[in-house]
Design a protein around this ligand. Sequence first.
Ligand SMILES: Nc1ncnc2c1ncn2[C@@H]1O[C@H](COP(=O)(O)OP(=O)(O)OP(=O)(O)O)[C@@H](O)[C@H]1O
Length: 250
Amino acid sequence: MRNSAMAGRDITCRGLSKTFSGSPPVDALAPVDITFRAGQTTALVGPSGCGKSTLLRLVAGLETPTKGTVMIGEETPKDLAHRGGIGMAFQDASLLPWRSVHSNVALALQLAKQADNNKAVDRLIGLVGLDGFADARPAALSGGMRQRVAIARCLVTSPELILLDEPFGAVDELTRARLGSELPPLWRERGTTAILVTHSISEAVTLSDRVIVLSPRPAHVIADIAITGRTPADIESSKDAVTRVLTAAA
Ligand SMILES: Nc1ncnc2c1ncn2[C@@H]1O[C@H](COP(=O)(O)OP(=O)(O)OP(=O)(O)O)[C@@H](O)[C@H]1O
């Protein structure tokens, strides 16, 4: 696997806003200035419909800003995505049903124009706990297993940046907790920068180094909370801090 993730760079959003045209137009994102730190996992939380996914899609280069910029070092998100530097996993996993688990993961390498690497694909399938399922089709997997495949697919290109939009959303609480504790070490140990959108305050606090709380639409940053301690008491106090801000903003 390439080691590009170790040379991570900050992701800088400056005066970034998005208005969707229509009648009436929808202001999804107020101008925001955020720097996502290299190698950190940052969670974005906020009320439903506030603009979290829009911000993530702008960072992915899937939407064009109305105003402002997103830069990863000297690169735009589109440039970075084009060379396989961004891995994405969304709630619906979006696997190709006619392809096996192995082939779904390997596809990310082909799309990023990277060399086939069966060893890396097999290793990641093992790391996400799907040994023995490499030849299975998505229909034969549970929702949690499909989401593990999506995470493996998102990591196989050794991206510098991963974007996760409710990646554990479609699974039960227990599986969600297990995925939440098993998978982040996979990207942390590579030095990957991660941005996670979640509705779960608990998930935001336990998975991240930092939680950014967004206002109701159009989203702007109302709190930026560093998650420092990892003891149960620290986690509870971080959860309280995030909850207080969210409740005050509602
Ligand atoms: N392509 C689009 N065209 C028009 N409006 C859009 C588009 N995408 C999103 N929106 C609108 O922008 C606003 C923000 O949507 P977004 O999906 O970013 O919110 P969110 O915070 O991720 O929501 P949720 O928490 O419910 O998933 C919403 O009002 C949504 O309807």
